[in-house]
Design a protein around this ligand. Sequence first.
Ligand code: ATP
Ligand code: MG
Length: 588
Amino acid sequence: MSSLFVRTLREDPVDAEVPSHRLLVRAGYIRRAAPGIYTWLPLGLRVFRKVEAIVREEMDAMGAQELQFPALLPREPYEATNRWTEYGPNIFRLQDRKGGDYLLGPTHEEMFTLVVKDLYSSYKDLPVWLYQIQTKYRDEARPRAGLMRGREFVMKDSYSFDVTDAGLDASYAAHRAAYVRTFDRLGFDYVVVRATSGAMGGSRSEEFLASSEVGEDTYVRCTTCDYAANVEAVQVPAPAPVAHDDVPAAHAEKTPDTPTIATLVDHLNEAYPREDRPWHAGDTLKNVLVVLKHADGTREPLAIGLPGDREVDQKRLEGMLEPTEVEPMDEAEFARHPALVKGYIGPGALGSEQASGIRYLLDPRVGEGTRWVTGADTPGSHVIDLVAGRDFTGDGTIEAAQVRDGDACPQCATEGRDGVLETARGIEMGHIFQLGRKYAEALDLKVLDENGKLVTVTMGSYGIGVSRAVPVIAEDNHDELGLVWPREVAPADVHLVATGKDSAVFEAAATLADALAAEGVEVIYDDRPKVSPGVKFKDAELIGVPTIVTVGRGLVDGNVEVKDRRSGVRTEVPVGEAVAHLVGVVRG
Ligand code: ATP
Ligand code: MG
């Protein structure tokens, strides 16, 4: 510790909003270099390398082969797949001295596809699984929580190449199994959930989410069956068509001063009370207007119709429309559409065939025959008994409404049970998906099959956030005193503290440190002569090595103290047995 390049901090960094970020900075693991860009200090680098080693071991064990692409990439392959445009402002672009366009790779599908195309030409060469552990660059709109969402970060990405769909299924299953083994070793709680495949296209897709309150992803689990999904991937079961023969014709009614759902519901209950039950927000059809920012720079207004008791979930909406980004519609944009009457917008004005010409997408709950109260497109007026399918239709449906605790489970719904969903938060740590033939087609990756016929290869894509794993593990392994690393990724096995002024103590501690090192035990030895025991213990707790050994007062009785950082349990061990005891603890 007297020479280790580390300075622990007593104060939390001002920009750190989550515990892992605070602790990794305070304990001297990382330093910020720029927004979303971090330096690994020696302690941090040790943890990072251990995480990386686990990921590499499991990839090698499954039979994947490591290679490494450059991070600095030419534009052309990304042009061929249209991602130069689709990635929009999320990629770092640059030019060389001749004016040639380059990018810093955000992900490497193109490069993997091209290298296989370069070198392989027959079905006999396949399947092949390739991976790299490499630095990626994404100009994230919202870098966050230190290494959790960086603009420079390290990802393990692998790709499988197969001739047949069955082959792709097998490659996907092999990756899934390797991911389970990897995440079991990394030491945090996780769940595997259904996912959407986002900008990459493709079909079957699952995410490995670390369960965490501070996560940016919301997922659902069914309380009855094994259904689990990122909310972005939840598909609301389409309701069976509702009979509407007895519903009166739609009628517009005066509803003065009812620009919000709450004021409208109050007014309905006063002026037009229902016989069966009071009106509630879910009886109203709310129309939300947004502006889509397409990756090619064009903007498009969009209207979303959904039950009035639900909000639009921005992440779900963007997930559905990826790579397009979504903004709320501002006053200036509203003003450009005179057919829109704020607070009283209804299907009468919405849709590509209607007055505004604005594309209108409906929540699946607004199904055939459902009956709504909604804006009449004139100030202070709403329409009652407006029936979907009879009185209005949209331009399609969209899954953008928020998913709530207690919503029906889609899997149970199709299988005739009535399980309900509960929501929780998580951090995406890994994503596996079947890309299919999209990239192979775009880049013309074909091989000869058994019959000598050229066929397009089918691919899988599999990612792990290697640098993200460090804060994720820290998030799941800390207490009020500091970090509490799982042994497999800890920066050392033993944190050895020498206390007091007695030179015999320091000699015994140094001897113990050397003897442990000789056994292959990694030791951080706090040899600082003029630092108080209190400060040394605080640092040891903060740094979070799993075993803390104290050589101090007990030495006169021939003992050292061994403390388990996680449980706090202390054991007195005779100094002569300390090496054997600690080797046992470390090796488990
Ligand atoms: P997210 O939804 O968190 O932005 P993504 O869907 O963009 O992730 P992928 O492109 O599938 O992520 O990347 C594979 C893995 O890389 C992710 O599962 C995640 O662990 C990690 N990752 C992605 N973006 C970042 C980032 N900005 N910083 C750190 N790790 C990241
Ligand atoms: Mg992302």
